[in-house]
Design a binder for this molecule. Structure first.
Ligand SMILES: [Mg+2]
Length: 263
């Protein structure tokens, strides 16, 4: 699903840097969770609530579970290393049917509106996106989050206006499950839409789904390590570059564009 957004030429950074010479036009396809938003607090709270709900369900049957709750750091390291939720559940003291109860709780909880406020914008993202926009790059958001949720979040941070298009899904927990096929489908849809005017195109994301979707369409990829995958996991998929965050990625892209122009 695509939403066109009116570009904002009134952004102050646009005016500040618009006098500089523009590099060739670029199209940046950017993922939301990871490069732009830090979801680690929401995912960890979901994990904690999932365990609490599982415990309550068993207590109602007179069964006491012996839980070992992971720290935020332990939990996030496991997510960054693609440890499946079933293994995370086992490490937390669950077994057998308890794991299925826990997984059901997690899917139900993760997108509840009262947890969405736990999402935080990554440091420096507003500056990085405004800079890209000011240099004439076209920004297209490609996220597995529900379309309206992504649009609302970007609006909250004053960023929606800087995106030409916001492409999301209708599936509430697609982002949590990080379906590669769905990401590729979304990227295909939006690439077809802008095919004639892509210029130099890049895909920025924090997981294998972003890298594989970009590669499927022949678009070079930048993986960032500030999200839900470690450098070690990302390098298995051979993105063109692995960088720490969106600010470094933007500097890299603008430097790259400058170099191409001078060659
Ligand atoms: Mg992501």
């Amino acid at each position: 699903m695509l939403t066109a957004v009116t570009p904002d030429s009134e952004n102050p950074l646009f005016k500040l840097s618009s006098q500089e010479q523009s590099p060739p036009r670029m199209t940046i396809f950017c993922d939301l969770d990871g490069p732009i938003v830090d979801v680690s607090d929401r995912y960890y709270t979901t994990y904690q609530q999932g365990l609490a709900d599982t415990q309550a369900a068993y207590e109602a049957q007179g069964i006491n579970l012996n839980l070992q709750i992971l720290s935020k750091q332990q939990f996030w390291q496991m997510k960054q290393n693609r440890v499946p939720d079933t293994e995370i559940a086992k490490s937390s003291g669950l077994s057998g049917a308890e794991i299925h109860v826990f997984l059901g709780c997690v899917s139900r909880i993760v997108n509840q509106p009262d947890l969405l406020h736990l999402d935080r914008i990554q440091p420096g993202v507003q500056w990085a996106i405004a800079l890209l926009h000011s240099r004439g790059a076209r920004l297209i958001l490609v996220t597995l989050r529900p379309q309206n949720q992504a649009t609302q979040l970007l609006q909250n941070y004053g960023l929606a206006r800087l995106f030409t298009c916001i492409c999301g899904t209708q599936i509430p927990d697609a982002a949590y499950h990080n379906y590669t096929a769905l990401k590729t489908e979304l990227l295909t849809e939006v690439v077809e839409e802008f095919d004639s005017s892509l210029g130099s195109a890049w895909m920025i994301g924090d997981t294998e789904a972003d890298i594989l979707a970009g590669q499927a369409l022949g678009i070079p990829t930048i993986a960032v390590t500030c999200g839900i995958r470690s450098h070690y996991q990302l390098q298995k998929y051979q993105p063109n570059f692995i960088l720490s965050d969106l600010i470094i990625a933007v500097h890299h892209l603008l430097g790259y564009a400058q170099k191409v122009r001078l060659d």
